[in-house]
Design a protein around this ligand. Structure first.
Ligand code: ZN
Length: 191
């Protein structure tokens, strides 16, 4: 599979690209990979994450694999517009935790010629669309759905199964709390 369908990164107009998938599917790694490539191309980058996600490091975007880049933590989506100083690339990690204002922010930035790269969980642990992600998937030019490996059967997984008992939609965690499952194993685990 070709991960980057966008042919010309030097296009003068902006666009929105979304990287989505379950936990442990490599979303953040793919975001970091794209940001690094933009850096090599000498483009100015603004990297944003929601304030809620302090799982590994307070200031950086860190993947489960331990790769990291400096990021600015933001509480409300609208703050991104005030922080933005004309960077050609705006990358946002863990976007599912942002309020719906993020949709307007992405539209406005891309209108101003920005390449907006979004990474986020498309579904919560109940298998329901997560926060503003469905809208972002609809308005994006390019969508990449990455998959984890099902920890029960080894097939491709798109569900983030919560191993511990909690009904909160937002429960920050990693390997102890979640495991990726395919549809078949996810349904088996829920019944
Ligand atoms: Zn499975």
């Amino acid at each position: 599979m070709l991960l980057e369908q966008f042919p010309d990164e030097s296009r003068s107009h902006g666009w929105i690209e979304v990287i989505c998938g379950s936990m442990f599917s490599g979303k953040t790694e793919e975001l970091i990979r794209r940001v690094k490539r933009a850096k090599i191309a000498n483009q100015k980058i603004l990297l944003i994450k929601p304030k809620i996600d302090e799982r590994y490091h307070k200031k950086n975007v860190v993947s489960h694999q331990g790769k990291s880049l400096k990021a600015i933590s933001v509480k409300k989506a609208s703050e991104i517009i005030t922080i933005w100083k004309g960077e050609k690339v705006v990358a946002i990690d863990e976007t599912q935790f942002f309020d719906n204002g993020i949709i307007n922010v992405c539209n406005e930035l891309s209108k101003d010629g920005v390449r907006v790269i979004i990474a986020g969980l498309d579904m919560d642990f109940k298998g329901m669309p997560f926060g503003p992600m469905p809208e972002l998937l609809s308005i994006a030019e390019y969508v990449t759905k990455v998959h984890a490996i099902c920890m029960s059967c080894g097939n491709l997984a798109q569900f983030s199964h919560r191993k511990i008992k909690s009904d909160e939609q937002v429960l920050i965690g990693a390997v102890e709390e979640y495991k990726p499952l395919c549809r078949l194993c996810y349904n088996k685990n829920r019944t």
